[in-house]
Write a protein that binds this ligand. Structure first.
Ligand code: SF4
Length: 468
């Protein structure tokens, strides 16, 4: 677990009388992807109901109340935003009433050209109600509403650049789309029970397990899927070659749940392999290997398996704190570290420990953990990191700090080791990290490690295009 903030989570369902309640469950399974706000929009085919608010899913919704809504279609959204934009207007799904009727939109990712699009629309008199890049999508749809409806969606998507997994809900269909590079995951599932054939779409497949759906396939990069009473109908809005894929490797390193299938691989298996690779070139004589829970668990198991060192839990995580409880400034201080994780003194005292963490961002959280281990009597702390040093910001929807705030953006590995106070520090090399996923290495975005941004970033653009 690092200082990285989550991105967003999406869940959509077509053709189930309890669509709103199942969306609540789906969002529950995806809570790790965004903890600042939650929202659901649902329709009976004529009217659209929506509710969104700041907070965790179970703070925003009353499951019993949702059970009384018997609408067959719904979409839901979870959001993490940058500091300062935690406003109710910036929550999703965004619901609008335009010339074609009610429309709800839920977005995961970050549009790299939204600033230009927004300026263009504002110059011609459009009024925006939020600071979300996602709002430009509804302006493009509204401006071109004279086009044939499905063509209008495809035309709209062709105007967008950057990362977007999207769900649209109209009163008659559920629409899912994914950017041509496939930065963020989006998967299709199906519930087959009795009379219903229900289609579900979610950011991660762990949401399918909770609602009893089986995984069918990924929504392909550059694909738009229209789901109505006839079932799913797939079209492409761009013809991009497979070589332009740029799946966010950080979904495997940190964001996604280990029980999810993401970009064709199980996340636990990828992390386990990463731990094995970390151990392969290591010959540390330590007493045990332990994870920084939860995202370090699978990799620490892989490390233990490959090295033969015993695995133990030297940290215990408190699962009952919401993000809202810890302010970012507070999080950087030791109290933030101690609230989330506590050291099991009896495991680490007098021991030489290998600690496996997913990543190091600013370095302050990692330093707090090394300090806590030493204070509990650990003799040596060998930090092992599941990815290469993060040196560059992300423009595709992940809230990394700017280059100057990233510790590896301006310091050597030895400087970082010294700063965090570890006995030794090793990162996993990029080629070894990519050897643990099954697609071609070029299919994954690694821009935060190597600065190679596949989708062009407009000149002079700061880290985030618009707050979201
Ligand atoms: Fe993911 Fe890093 Fe690429 Fe952002 S820059 S999409 S975090 S791999």
């Amino acid at each position: 677990m690092s200082e990285i903030k989550e991105n967003c989570g999406l869940f959509g369902i077509f053709g189930h009388p309890d669509a709103a309640k199942l969306t609540y469950y789906g969002l529950f399974a995806l809570q790790h992807r965004g903890q600042e706000s939650a929202g659901i929009a649902t329709t009976d085919g004529r009217h659209m109901l929506s509710h969104r608010a700041l907070g965790l899913v179970n703070q925003v919704f009353d499951g019993e109340c949702l059970a009384s809504i018997s609408n067959p279609l719904a979409i839901g959204h979870l959001r993490y935003s940058t500091t300062g934009s935690s406003l109710i207007v910036n929550t999703q799904p965004l619901v609008v009433d335009y010339v074609r009727g009610k429309l709800a939109v839920a977005h995961n990712g970050n549009l790299t050209n939204s600033r230009q699009l927004r300026r263009q629309y504002e110059a011609s008199g459009s009024i925006f109600q939020s600071s979300m890049d996602s709002e430009t999508i509804v302006h493009i749809l509204a401006e071109n509403s004279g086009r044939e409806e499905r063509e209008n969606y495809k035309h709209c998507l062709r105007q967008l650049q950057g990362a977007y997994s999207l769900l649209f809900l109209t009163t008659k269909e559920l629409i899912a789309a994914r950017d041509p590079q496939g930065y963020r995951p989006l998967a299709l599932g199906q519930i087959t029970s009795g009379l219903f054939s229900t289609w579900v779409v979610a950011s991660e497949t762990c949401a399918f397990d909770l609602v009893g759906a089986k995984y069918v396939r990924e929504i392909e990069p550059g694909e738009i899927l229209f789901i109505d009473a006839e079932g799913p109908h797939s079209e492409r809005f761009v013809e991009e070659p497979e070589t332009s894929r740029q799946h966010c490797i950080f979904e495997h390193i940190y964001f996604s749940r280990p029980d999810s299938m993401v970009f064709g691989d199980n996340v636990h298996n990828v992390r386990h392999c990463i731990g094995e690779k970390l151990a392969e070139s290591d010959n540390i004589k330590a007493d045990l290997v332990m994870p920084v829970p939860d995202s370090g668990n699978s990799s620490a198991m892989g490390y233990a398996h490959a090295s033969g060192l015993p695995f133990d839990m030297g940290f215990v995580r408190n699962h009952y704190i919401g993000r809202t409880f810890i302010e970012p400034e507070q999080e950087r201080r030791d109290i933030g570290v101690r609230i989330k994780l506590n050291v099991v003194r009896e495991v680490v005292e007098g021991k030489s420990v290998v600690v496996v963490d997913d990543s190091i961002v600013r370095g302050t959280t990692c330093r707090g953990r090394v300090n806590a281990l030493k204070a509990a009597g650990a003799r040596e702390v060998h930090m092992r990191v599941s990815c290469p040093p993060i040196q560059y910001p992300c423009y595709y929807g992940i809230d990394f700090p700017t280059k100057t705030e990233l510790i590896a953006g301006k310091h050597s590995i030895e400087d970082i080791r010294h700063f965090i106070g570890a006995t030794t520090l090793k990162y996993l090399e990029k080629d070894k990290m990519l050897s643990c996923v099954s697609r071609e290495p070029g299919s994954y975005c690694t821009a935060c490690f190597d600065g190679k941004y596949h989708v062009k970033i407009p000149e002079g653009q700061t880290k985030t295009v618009l707050e979201r």
